[in-house]
Design a protein around this ligand. Structure first.
Ligand code: NAP
Length: 254
């Protein structure tokens, strides 16, 4: 019998093929959860399950799985609810919204398309997944925990990221509102606000800008995906049973 933080629970992680989503799969599986790794890029989700989960299955013996999912496609999200219910006979009670993109540019140069695609994935995608899976949890009368990945940029803004910062501020407000509505079902909703974490998403940030940013980080380094994943696992677990509607910075002090 596993004594992991989330032993026996079923967890859905979006954006699971890379970075923070992949690290969340690693830590949640280490802590005994069965993981459904969902990503727009199916091959990378499969790689997460094959190479980056602690065990072949959750502590209750249910096998991890990989699925292709574009979080901005409401039909695909609805379909995933159905296939998950068919496969596991119950909905995930841990949902981690990590799918996210950037399309950086100066405000004065940003195209409407780059604005819209970022809102569609980061904000609408988080809404669609949260709505569909919270509904499934309420219908199954199960308590749960939803963790939405915002960004510290959603709090303080950042040059070149008006679209992204707006979407991430929206994720915080949306999480707080959902927490107020879902508390009566014992479904908790929290947002986390990472600073600069060493994943592929920051590879588009120019080195000079990154070094300037790091000067403002008291711990003087980038965060590791695993450090964020430990917070995700805590918020997913019953150890955080009285935390909901919170927005937690994880920035090295930035
Ligand atoms: P990442 O390494 O780029 O991972 C994001 C994953 O999401 C990728 O596998 C990506 O697939 C996938 N994805 C993109 N669009 C999707 C869609 N429509 N549906 C499903 N999956 C989609 O980035 P990360 O650093 O792990 O970022 C994870 C989350 O943390 C994001 O929400 C990001 O905004 C947030 N965050 C990151 C940092 C940081 O410094 N790393 C800081 C603050 C917040 P493709 O690669 O195929 O696009």
């Amino acid at each position: 019998m596993s004594t992991g933080l989330v032993a026996g629970k079923l967890a859905l992680v979006t954006g699971a093929g890379s970075g923070l989503g992949r690290a969340a799969c690693q830590v949640l599986s280490r802590e005994g959860a069965t993981v459904i790794a969902a990503d727009k890029n199916y091959a990378s989700a499969v790689e997460t399950i094959k190479k980056h989960t602690a065990l072949a299955s959750g502590s209750n013996g249910a096998e991890h799985s990989a699925v292709e999912l574009d979080v901005s496609d409401s039909g695909a999200v609805q379909k995933l609810v159905q296939t998950t219910l068919q496969q596991y006979k119950s909905p995930p009670t841990i949902v981690i919204n990590s799918a996210g993109i950037t399309r950086d540019n100066w405000l004065l140069k940003m195209s409407e398309e780059d604005y819209s695609v970022v809102q569609n994935v980061n904000l609408k995608g988080t809404f669609l997944v949260m709505q569909a899976f919270a509904k499934a949890m309420t219908e199954a009368s199960l308590p749960g925990s939803i963790v939405n990945i915002s960004s510290i940029v959603g709090k303080y803004g950042n040059i070149g990221q008006t679209n992204y910062a707006g979407s991430k501020a929206g994720v915080v407000a949306m999480s707080q509102s959902a927490a107020k509505e879902l508390g009566k079902f014992n479904i908790r909703v929290n947002a986390i606000l990472p600073g600069f974490i060493d994943t592929p998403i920051i590879q588009t940030v120019p080195e000079k800008v990154l070094q300037g940013m790091l000067k403002m980080v008291p711990l003087g380094r980038l965060g590791k995906p695993s450090e964020v994943a430990e917070l995700i696992a805590f918020l997913s677990s019953d150890k955080s049973s009285f935390i909901t509607g919170a927005s937690i910075d994880i920035t090295g002090g930035f």
